[in-house]
Design a protein around this ligand. Structure first.
Ligand code: BEZ
Ligand code: FE
Length: 281
């Protein structure tokens, strides 16, 4: 190999600089990154203007980030990277509940609520009873499971997007299962909404002819001692965006029934059981 950088030896020229004391995993990851990045640039024959546009895009992506906004995760989500990283790291048995994207609207510290309680306080939307059980692979109840839930309101906004309009902790709550592993709470039937699309990622989607919408869903994080955390949603199956989620979060097994009911205070009922996967080792 020549001592100097050239198109023909570009990958080796860069990777040869990694020092002997570099962390082995970092070295492996960066070696592969450089290999694929250089191959991509050669494959599309990236022009100087395109390279400048990419730098400008990444700069704007960083500049819009704040404590409330993480545009890089949105970029990862819209390119399918978040779902792929999750998929290769959470290969679960066939019956186990699958993960999907966390999204930017989870807020730690939501109020613990009594089983059966309401989580929706803005008076909007169609009340929906969410209920089911948290079980292990053998169908045995998991006691003490913590179920953290959150959704948008009937107008498609999370409380944190409208702090001056919605009540604090609107459409959020934390529930803990008892001996029977059962959970139950009253929210609203979720509605589809666009991911934040007023920044560089939104511009990218528009340029690609992609819409920014997510199909209606309820978010859940289910945790229990001895089990992998389940970070997931349940989806409304007849949503117009079910087949074109902007962040590729839909899985067949996460489409839940939403049944019209005439009894009690709720208009809808959505039954769904969470099947937990034991921690490895
Ligand atoms: C969400 O479902 O809250 C979400 C997920 C990914 C990107 C934006 C929003
Ligand atoms: Fe969401």
């Amino acid at each position: 190999m020549s001592r100097f950088f050239a198109e023909e030896n570009s990958v080796d020229a860069v990777n040869a600089r990694i020092g002997p004391d570099a962390d082995a995993r970092l070295s492996a990851v960066m070696t592969s990154l450089v290999k694929h990045l250089h191959a991509f640039i050669k494959d599309v024959h990236l022009t100087q203007d395109e390279w400048s546009a990419a730098i400008d895009f990444l700069t704007r992506t960083g500049q819009i980030c704040s404590a409330e906004r993480q545009e890089f995760i949105l970029l990862s989500d819209t390119l399918g990277v978040s779902m792929l990283v999750d998929a290769i790291n959470h290969r679960r048995p066939a019956q186990a509940t699958e993960n999907t994207v966390l999204g930017p609207f989870h807020v730690a510290g939501a109020p613990a609520r009594d089983m059966g309680a309401r989580i929706s306080f803005d008076g909007k939307g169609e009340p929906c009873l969410f209920e089911g059980r948290v079980v292990d692979a053998h169908g045995r109840a998991v006691e003490g499971a913590r179920i953290d839930v959150w959704s948008d309101n009937a107008e498609g906004f999370y409380d944190v997007q409208q702090p001056d309009i919605q009540p604090k902790w609107n459409n959020r709550g934390v529930f803990t299962t008892g001996k029977d592993g059962a959970y139950r709470f009253v929210g609203i039937k979720p509605v589809s909404y666009p991911i934040p699309h007023d920044g560089p990622v939104g511009k990218m989607l528009a340029a690609l002819g992609r819409h920014p919408y997510r199909p209606a869903h309820m978010h859940f994080i289910v945790t229990a001692n001895g089990f992998q955390a389940v970070v997931t949603h349940t989806f409304v199956g007849d949503d117009p965006y079910i087949g074109s989620d902007a962040v590729f979060g839909v899985k067949e097994t996460l489409v839940a029934p939403f049944q019209r009911t005439d009894c009690g205070e709720t208009l809808w009922r959505s039954p769904f059981d969470f099947v937990m996967t034991p921690l490895e080792g």
